[in-house]
Design a protein around this ligand. Structure first.
Ligand SMILES: [Zn+2]
Length: 269
């Protein structure tokens, strides 16, 4: 069995879906923990040092994890999946199902190279089959986002922190109140500009995020008389999600339902 360490929950879910019985997956960022400021423990350092494969995201998403992966993992075992995508500005790449498909292909190939019995043995064949099925699910998810978001009352998506750039490809104008990290403080003029945008586009819903401080976004919503709705950036699972074994596709499907209502898309009613 291959031991894989994944930095965050969506990557762990991807590895488990592709690897099946061939992998044992440990997730570094546990339930309810802030992924951005997360600091690995020495015990997790030992896990990383012994792992067959370590998958994480660079691009300043989790500087402490990136440092640990590059310094402690065995030669060739640490894979920066953000770099594998060419290093887009917003490192929250898992929120784009199409990018997840590319990451699933990278993980499949890394697992196949390490599969006992080789890529064409029983283990390798199972991994390749699983990857094909998971790719189809991710493709269907991407299609559902595109179809649902094709016609909405408003296309302005205002969120608490800047994690949802990925959804701009569906024609949304994505505005994060704080920066790429929830801890970033927006300036007064940034906030004024956001309020003006909200008013100009008659935004009726401001999106806050589970597991992220919501103070500023809630204040802005009140200022323009908008409601708030909760999106899940899946930077970590909640304790309840972890206990129920909730996966990436389920979280994203729920996010799409929240978007449909909040933006007034399609036949949401
Ligand atoms: Zn984030």
């Amino acid at each position: 069995m291959l031991h894989v360490v994944a930095a965050i929950a969506p990557l762990a879910d991807l590895v488990a879906n592709v690897g099946g019985q061939a992998v044992r997956v440990d997730t570094l960022v546990g339930p309810g923990v802030d992924a951005h400021t997360f600091d690995p423990t020495p015990r997790q350092g030992a896990l990383v040092a012994g792992a067959d494969l370590v998958v994480y995201l660079g691009g300043d998403l989790q500087p402490a994890v990136a440092r640990m992966a590059t310094s402690l993992a065995r030669a060739g075992a640490a894979i920066d999946l953000h770099a594998a995508l060419g290093g887009p500005r917003d490192p929250h790449v898992w929120l784009d199902p199409a990018r997840m498909r590319r990451l699933a292909a990278v993980v499949r190939d890394e697992l196949l190279r390490r599969a006992p019995g080789g890529p064409t043995g029983p283990v390798g064949t199972d991994i390749a089959d699983r990857a094909t099925r998971y790719d189809a699910r991710l493709g269907a998810l991407d299609d559902a986002f595109r179809a649902t978001l094709a016609s909405c009352r408003t296309r302005v998506l205002v969120t608490a922190h800047e994690a949802f750039d990925a959804w701009a490809k569906y024609g949304l104008e994505v505005i994060g109140v704080a920066g790429l990290s929830p801890e970033a403080e927006p300036s007064a003029s940034d906030l004024e500009r956001t309020v003006a945008t909200l008013r100009q586009h008659r935004v009726t819903t401001v999106f806050v995020e589970r597991g992220v401080p919501t103070g500023l976004a809630t204040t802005l919503a009140r200022e323009v008389g908008a409601a708030t709705a909760v999106l899940d950036p899946m930077e970590s699972l909640s304790r309840e999600q972890a206990a129920r074994g909730i996966g990436y596709v389920t979280v994203m499907t729920a996010n799409l339902a929240v978007l449909r209502t909040g933006l007034g898309c399609g036949s949401a009613g």
